[in-house]
Every structure is written in C-alpha cells, then in structure tokens.
Design a protein around this ligand. Structure first.
Ligand SMILES: Cc1cc2nc3c(=O)[nH]c(=O)nc-3n(C[C@H](O)[C@H](O)[C@H](O)COP(=O)(O)OP(=O)(O)OC[C@H]3O[C@@H](n4cnc5c(N)ncnc54)[C@H](O)[C@@H]3O)c2cc1C
Length: 304
C-alpha cells in the first residue's frame, strides 16, 4: 500500500499553503523525506492523503548573502551548506554540524528546514543554528513572520509549526565578523545512523584585546526537551579571560546546571553528563582560536 495518495510540487509559498489548506489536515509538508517517510512507514505519523513537496518552491533551496547576514531557504540541503565557502569561513559550526548528518545520500536530500521542523533537541543543524542565534521565516496560522528560532520548539519532536498547514520558509543569521568564531562537535555511536548521543555548538566573540570573552552562545543537545542554550555557562564566561581556567569553570557550571536524560537507544544520563564536559573542552577552545586567528577550516565534515 502506498504511503500517500497525492503528491504535489507547488512553485510558490502561497500555492503550497493553498494546497495544505485544501486538504484540511490530511496533507503533510515534505522536503527531503529522510525523516518523514520513515515516520509514516513506522506509524509515528498518520498516513497522509497528500504530500506537499516544498523543494520546488522558487527560491526555497537558495543561499543568499546580504552583507553580514546569511539567508538560507528551508529547502537548502545539508550538502549545499557544506559546499558553501562563506559558511565554512563565517558560520563554521553550521558546516561542521551539517557535514556529519547521516551519510552523503542523506545530506544530498535532507534539508536544514526538515531538521528544524522535526524539532528534535539533538538535531545537528538545529544545534548550530541556535548557537548562531538564527531567526526563522515562517507562516503560522496564515501569518508570515520572522521568529527567533528557539521560539519554534515546544517539546521533543513538537514544533509550533503545524506541518499539515504551516510552513517554514527559511532562516537568517549574522555571519561571524572580526574576533568572532564558532565550532561544533558531537559524540556519536560508532554505528549510529541518526541522532548523536550529544552535540555542542558554540559561537564566541572576543574583546578588542583578544584575551577575553566579550560574548558567547552555547547550544548543547539534548540536555532538555527542546534545543536550548546553556545560558548559565555562557554567563559565567562573559568578560573572563580565555583559556584553560575559563573552560574548567564552564565545565563546572555545566555540571551544576545541565541535566541530560537517559535515552533508551543512545546513552545514560551519567554518560551524557560526562560528554557535556568533553564537548565543552573541545568546542570552546576551538571557537576561541577561530575568533582569535580569523582562520576557520571546518573539521570532520563527512568523516563519520
Ligand atoms: C540514515 C539517516 C541518518 C540521519 N542522520 C542524522 C544526523 O546525523 N543528524 C541529524 O540531525 N539528523 C539525521 N537524520 C535525520 C534527517 O535526515 C534530518 O533531520 C534532515 O535534515 C531532515 O530533513 P528532510 O528534508 O529530509 O525532512 P523531511 O523528512 O522531509 O521532514 C521532516 C519533518 O519536517 C516537516 N517539514 C519539512 N520541511 C518543512 C517546512 N519547510 N515547513 C514545515 N514543515 C516541514 C515534515 O512535515 C516532517 O514532519 C538522519 C536520517 C536518516 C534517515
């Protein structure tokens, strides 16, 4: 039996919304289908009457730089992100996270919009977009608007987007400038195919002297029900001298404030807690080094 009855390929956002509205909850948005088709097959998502494929919408699969701001359509694939030199240099964490999603086949069709819309607290691309403080271009209840990315997440696998009638159109975020850098690393089971045991992205800005953290944003997932920032860790580092002492202070605040949970298929809470520390010790110095030198060559892309 087929997983769906009708398959539509609208050319505009309005056409996609009209199609979804017409099916009154019995159609579902699809992009690369790498999550959705498995979910339908395994009965986690009800079998829809129709799939509305957003990938042919004009402009939805394009990356656009406007000065210091980068705009990504929701239909941009992980492979497109990895191949974009501006992102490698100025949004390195995003390239590193999209570069380890699945294998080449998944990265060639899986989209950054699908990663965010799925709303999993360990989605690799999502973790880096949160650290980059991205905003999302969405149509919610018929109203097109920009929202902070974090405002989209409601719970594990639950987004404010109703994927039978709302649409994620794209993202924008500020690219790293002078004295800014970012990095992403994750811990994955050797044979793991989907989500990591833990992922961590950090964006840092150093002060004029290059010796202190001026500002930073850290996203670690999953340590809560939604992709979230490690705000207490960020707070403890702001204004302090960059170096091993600061990293150990970050580790100690993370130990006190972050409470990862045990998951049946991935890891125990205790193991994740230890890995939070491991990832902070890897990611913070790397992001600071990139901010200091202005040199950002993504590590590990496509290597897992
Ligand atoms: C073998 C394998 C390995 C994987 N490895 C990883 C991994 O390492 N890390 C990781 O994070 N993920 C991984 N994934 C999960 C998945 O590939 C990614 O999350 C991918 O980015 C999903 O994008 P997609 O375009 O395929 O989404 P789809 O499957 O098309 O859609 C996912 C969900 O989002 C909704 N949706 C999609 N686009 C929109 C939109 N524009 N507006 C509104 N709703 C939308 C759909 O209705 C659906 O509910 C893996 C999956 C597989 C099968």
């Amino acid at each position: 039996m087929s997983l769906w009855t009708h398959y539509h390929t609208p050319a505009t956002v309005d056409e996609a919304l009209t199609l979804l509205a017409g099916y009154q909850g019995r159609a579902r948005v699809i992009a690369g289908g790498t999550d959705l088709l498995l979910d339908i097959r395994h009965g986690h998502t009800p079998r829809p009457d129709a799939l509305v494929d957003i990938t042919r919408i004009s402009g939805i699969a394009t990356l656009r730089q406007d000065g210091d701001v980068m705009a990504l359509g929701a239909g941009v694939t992980h492979a497109q992100i990895v191949a974009e030199p501006v992102l490698s240099a100025r949004a390195t964490c995003l390239v590193e996270s999209c570069g380890v999603v699945g294998g080449p086949q998944v990265r060639n069709v899986g989209t950054i919009g699908g990663n965010v819309a799925h709303a999993l607290p360990a989605g690799d691309g999502t973790t880096s977009l949160v650290a980059l403080d991205a905003e999302a271009d969405v149509v919610l209840d018929g109203v097109r608007q920009w929202l902070p990315l974090r405002a989209l997440f409601v719970g594990p696998g639950q987004s404010r987007l109703d994927q039978t009638r709302d649409l994620l159109v794209g993202f924008r975020f500020r690219l790293c400038g002078p004295r800014e850098g970012s990095a992403f690393k994750r811990i994955m089971r050797p044979q793991g195919v989907a989500l990591p045991i833990l992922g961590c992205a950090a964006w840092v800005r150093l002060d004029e002297s290059g010796a202190r953290y001026d500002d930073l944003r850290i996203c670690i997932g999953p340590v809560s029900k939604v992709p979230s920032r490690a705000e207490a860790v960020e707070e403890t580092l702001r204004g302090t001298t960059v170096g091993a002492e600061a990293v150990e202070r970050a580790v100690s605040v993370a130990r006190e404030t972050l409470r990862p949970r045990t998951s049946k298929f991935r890891a125990t809470a205790e193991y994740r807690q230890e890995m939070v520390e491991v990832l902070l010790r890897r990611v913070l110095p790397l992001a600071a080094e990139r901010a200091r030198t202005g040199e950002a060559i993504p590590e590990g892309v496509g290597m897992e």
